[in-house]
Design a protein around this ligand. Sequence first.
Ligand SMILES: NC(=O)c1ccc[n+]([C@@H]2O[C@H](COP(=O)([O-])OP(=O)(O)OC[C@H]3O[C@@H](n4cnc5c(N)ncnc54)[C@H](O)[C@@H]3O)[C@@H](O)[C@H]2O)c1
Length: 274
Amino acid sequence: MTISDVLVDQGKETVSRFAEQYGKDKVHFVKCDVRNEDDVKALWDETVTFFGSEVDVMVNNAGVNHLPGWKICVDIDLIGVLNGTYLAFDKMSRAKGGKGGVIISTASLAGCVGSNELESSPYFIAKHAVVAMTKSLGTPKVYREHGIRLACICPSFTDTDIVTGDKQLHQKIKEKYDYELMPVSRIASAFVSLMKTDLNSSNGKALVVVPEVTDFYWPNHDLQMLKWLGLGGKLLKKAKPEVAIFTSRLQFVWLLITFLAFYFILRFGLCCVF
Ligand SMILES: NC(=O)c1ccc[n+]([C@@H]2O[C@H](COP(=O)([O-])OP(=O)(O)OC[C@H]3O[C@@H](n4cnc5c(N)ncnc54)[C@H](O)[C@@H]3O)[C@@H](O)[C@H]2O)c1
């Protein structure tokens, strides 16, 4: 395993602890700023040279909160992830002679639900995009073409510097959200279970990790929803062409109609059978 960070001292210290436990030839450190494509390429190449074999799993984990400003936040939390992901496709894709592989990204619960303030919005926007990337590339078609599977992890607040490193931010989060800080080991075990699952079934999935709850995949029914709302919109256009927008309220009425129709069809079907 190669560990990488912009923080060289901390990175090397972590690597030496792993080396004591697993052996010096099992772990390596390379400095890399994920915003810099050349750095990411060098990280990949040095890893291949050090271990003398191709990379099996690429983990996009580097991240910052919104405090450095929206451009830096998006640059690291989104562009950094895309730098890693597209390079991994370039190197691992079976279409390009590679042996395939796995890409796991650390998104966040902020990638599943929206922010309700301006300040932290860049973080939420970047993490939503990481979930979107996972959904877009973690598909059977992409897997057939490239032999690469993707998943991401969406933890809630965890006890690391990104939350506790800034006292004011930590205090603000404490006041705003009713939350419990999870230990890092909780995320590590979620990562391990994700790697142990049949990666076929987790392809394209976002695994939500929150305290005291069994980890679960964030639902992805976008296509079904599009078809269902498309059908409702079509009927609405025929019935009431003057209505310009299929609003949430109208969608709720459509939900009730389809639910009742489904209920009566099911009842009628069961009556016919018994
Ligand atoms: N801690 C949480 O509550 C939480 C919750 C959900 C998701 N996450 C995500 O988990 C991931 C890991 O963060 P963490 O919680 O361990 O926080 P952390 O601050 O301890 O670790 C983030 C690491 O990213 C490194 N980094 C920052 N910018 C970089 C860059 N440009 N290039 C390379 N490395 C860089 C930092 O030096 C740091 O070591 C992040 O993507 C974060 O968004 C954290």
